[in-house]
Write a protein that binds this ligand. Sequence first.
Ligand code: NAP
Length: 511
Amino acid sequence: MSRKVTDKAVGNRPVRHAKTIIIGSGFAGLGLAIRLSTQGRTDYLVLERGSDVGGTWRDNTYPGAACDVPSQLYSYSFALNPNWSRSFSKQGEIQSYIQGVAKRYNVLDKHIFDCAVTAAHWNGDTARWEIETSKGSFTADTVVSAVGALCEPALPDIKGINTFEGETFHSARWNHDADLTGKRVAIIGTGASSIQIVPSIAPQVATLDVYQRTAPWLLPRMDRPYLLPERLAFKYLPGVQRLSRAAIYAARETQVVGLAKFPPLMQAFELLAKAKLRTEIRDPKLRAKVTPNFRIGCKRMLISNEYYPALSRDNVDVITDGIAEIRSNSIVTEDGTEREIDALIVATGFHVTDSPTYDTIVGRDGRTLAEVFDEVGQQGYKGAAVANFPNMFFLLGPNVGLGHTSMVYMIESQINYIADALSTVDRMGLRTVEVRRDAQDAYNKGLQAKLAKSVWLTGGCASWYLDKHGNNTTLWPDFTFEFRRLTKTFDVSAYETTSGVSRNDLKVVAV
Ligand code: NAP
């Protein structure tokens, strides 16, 4: 096994160099690594803070974790999986799929695992990124950040939360050693993670207090095991699987019309969700508590057939009074009620528009990504580049997220763009490439004009889609095939470039 990277000593500290360094090996980073390898590029490394590939599917192992995008769409287009056991896959199956693809495409020897990036500075003199990690220093001509938006757990800022003495953990850091059987458990949050956890643990615990700040909209989960003939067809007639995938893709894409272009159309979904609520919750008091007060789609639409029945159980209580304080063994709500608990699950989502990783990346003018975003909001260009950060690309950067279909489609669109960018840099002999501020501004003006009429801004809710300026800087506001078209090739004319110099000052070594 040989990794073609260069090695230069700084003092006694070896600095490893790679032409391209990818940070993170979830669906995005891994997908790009595979693309580079299949293009015959050997001069890249993937730095991954975890000990395995998979990203969010490695980290989110909570009971009931499963995807709310159909399995057929939730895979790479170049590695369809005929073996999905059901129409909506569970976490373990998705993680095995990702691990299998990494092995099959032989990219694991390009990975450095347990390698957390702690800082990345742009050095304009050398035209390189200098990267500090838990496994030493690296330099790279180009860095691709593929850390994703849902990787840094957000803890609620509630008085006394650190004084709780029972078992407590975030949904994305589930403690499998904690036995919740027969315990009095509380869960804070009623988002996508919580609605999967609640029905999974409710039968096992003594009591479950569900602290709800905003009631989510729920739609039916059309999940079922695949029949043997279907699986055989997927395996031996790949065209059938491609057709099934295309049909699911097309059906889901129709949601864009209501979500992004004409939100009143979302009322059709609302009717369906209300009918579900009426059927699944018979108690009018409980039904009133969990009836949402905003237009469906404004927050992520959730799918579950088990959540409402779980809320109706005798040992489950939905608490809508705000939390005033957490004590060593209880939660006190604003009405003064104190409820004792043994364990506390925090399912309060992630730092999305304020990711701590933004503090660690320092661009051309010495400002961090966090400082730049703080001023103008989380803005980028095609979700792949940010002005002031030369030779840096992003997978799953600003305004690439979706509420209706598979992120893998967006990731593959961005892989096309970034792989073409790297080829363009080589072909043109470029030393630096940085998106032009005016190009970025014009792009964002267009995005925000589209977003202004979307349900995410008109639907009457607060959500993690919005940044602190009130702008939606997370979602793509159009059909996904439109994004695919936009990212088909790298548009170098939108970038400031400088011409190349030889970087052959480093000797090539095998590590
Ligand atoms: P989330 O959707 O952000 O939900 C967080 C929940 O915590 C919300 O109910 C929120 O209430 C509540 N909350 C946050 N801070 C609080 C506080 N200080 N006090 C009380 N409640 C508080 O997080 P998530 O459920 O982990 O999901 C995040 C995203 O991950 C999803 O939107 C989805 O994209 C993805 N995901 C997907 C799946 C899947 O495919 N099935 C599963 C899990 C996650 P408010 O609504 O009032 O803010």
